[in-house]
Design a protein around this ligand. Structure first.
Ligand code: ZN
Length: 438
């Protein structure tokens, strides 16, 4: 046995929702080989003392834009229209080197906060994949395609530049390191592209067996515009063009009509609630309970740091539960177990990783985090699930591991030289974006 986590409270998130007190978690060759209340007979190479700690499956952030962290705190108090103008100006100056440095910063933040797998929808997927490969985290990376193709314009998937980039990235990175990196197809949203691109991407995704990521029905204005143009809501429209014929992860799903939710429920589309973005923008949040009732898979995401301020999935769990309670008027709606489920089990399903992570279970990858429950704001702990959702913060994570490899522990990032990343951001990335303001 390589590693033993001893005397820990294990929140397994298994189908029986077992919580084991004083548990021993054995890890060998990157996998969980035992979870027991008795120490194993065989001596491990390394022991991680778990007294006072709670072990949870690594959290899964199903919607973010890692590379945008270079613009964190730049436009937080501006309205959406003003913010968008500033952001587009800066994004136009981004390049792969900037994207990689910012992605590494964001991945360090994810690991700091107990996240072991992310779904990213952005540009520069090659640079982001390099950062993911180096850091050791898991990721489903999607190229955020956008383009209106004129009715009369011939569209050829083989020659379209964005589609060619997707093909190159899939060929190079999909399945990297035993599937640690997966590549998905992606569109930014319904209103930034049209059917020729959708059908081309859906056909390719289906052929390659890859997923689809997108933003969907995040604002009423987006839905109204789609209804005006096409007579259909964006969920129904995209469905007509096969976008949900492959496993799809749609951030938002806030303003879908009931019949669209049912339609997407039948296709097992994942709705990703990003409540931090919704609250920050003063908008409604994903109607999580309605999406679940309609048969959709529901997972959670931070969104990018431009939208949410940080990548703390503990905040996201809390705000997701609060949004369900505010909308239903029911103070018991969306209990802690459900919030945790969306940040672990259903997130793994969304990423096509349900067999490898999302639970602490023998045979699964050792993707987990230890949360230090000895801090004043976590004592006493009458109910560990409530403590995790209502009282804990990302900063309470003491250790994060992926496939048994420690990627964060007590302030250290063994795979990321944070000093070097900050140097790259301050000496290259930020001047590249802001040079006209010097
Ligand atoms: Zn987003």
């Amino acid at each position: 046995m390589d590693t033993l986590i001893s005397n820990v409270t294990a929140v397994t998130m298994n189908p029986r929702m077992e919580v084991l007190f004083g548990a021993y978690i054995g890890i060998e060759d990157g996998k969980i080989v035992s979870i027991s209340k008795k120490p194993p007979a065989q001596a491990p190479k390394t022991i991680i003392e778990g007294t006072g700690m709670v072990a949870i499956p690594g959290l899964i952030n199903c919607h973010t834009h890692l590379a945008t962290s270079v613009l964190r705190s730049y436009t937080d108090d501006l309205g959406n229209a003003d913010a968008l103008q500033f952001l587009l100006q800066k994004e136009a100056k981004m390049d792969s080197r900037t994207a990689k440095a910012a992605a590494l910063l964001s991945i360090a933040e994810c690991l700091r906060f107990g996240v072991t797998s992310v779904s990213d929808l952005y540009y520069y997927p090659n640079a982001t994949a390099e950062a993911v490969a180096q850091a050791g985290i898991k990721a489903n990376l999607a190229l955020s395609s956008y383009r209106f193709i004129d009715q009369n314009e011939d569209f050829d998937f083989e020659t379209d530049e964005q589609c060619r980039e997707l093909v190159r990235v899939v060929d190079k990175w999909h399945g990297y390191d035993g599937g640690r990196i997966r590549i998905d197809a992606g569109i930014y949203a319904e209103y930034t592209s049209n059917y020729k691109l959708w059908e081309g991407l859906a056909g390719y995704a289906s052929e390659k067996g890859i997923g689809m990521q997108l933003h969907l029905a995040q604002t009423q204005g987006e839905v109204d515009s789609c209804l005006d143009r096409t007579g259909m809501g964006p969920g129904e429209l995209l469905n007509c063009h096969n976008l949900f014929a492959v496993p799809a992860t749609a951030a938002g799903c806030t303003y879908l009509e009931e019949h669209e939710r049912k339609l997407l429920g039948k296709k097992k589309v994942t709705a990703v609630a990003t409540p931090l973005t919704a609250y920050k923008n003063g908008q409604a949040s994903t109607p999580i309970l309605d999406c679940v009732k309609a048969g959709m898979n529901v997972a959670l995401g931070t969104d990018g740091t431009i939208e949410s301020g940080n990548l703390d999935m503990f905040e996201v769990m809390r705000f997701a539960a609060m949004s369900a309670r505010k909308e239903s008027g029911d103070p018991a709606a969306l209990p802690s177990s459900a919030a945790l489920m969306m940040a672990t089990v259903t997130g793994a399903q969304a990423q096509g990783r349900a067999k490898e992570c999302g639970m602490l279970q023998v045979g699964m990858d050792a993707d987990l985090a230890l949360v230090d429950f000895t801090a004043p704001h976590l004592m006493p702990c009458h109910n560990v699930l409530n403590g995790l959702v209502w009282s804990a913060k990302g900063g309470d994570v003491a250790m994060t591991m992926v496939r048994g490899q420690i990627l964060y522990q007590n302030g250290r990032f063994p795979t990321i030289d944070l000093k070097e990343v900050v140097e790259e951001l301050t000496s290259y990335a930020i001047p590249t974006l802001f040079e006209d303001q010097k």
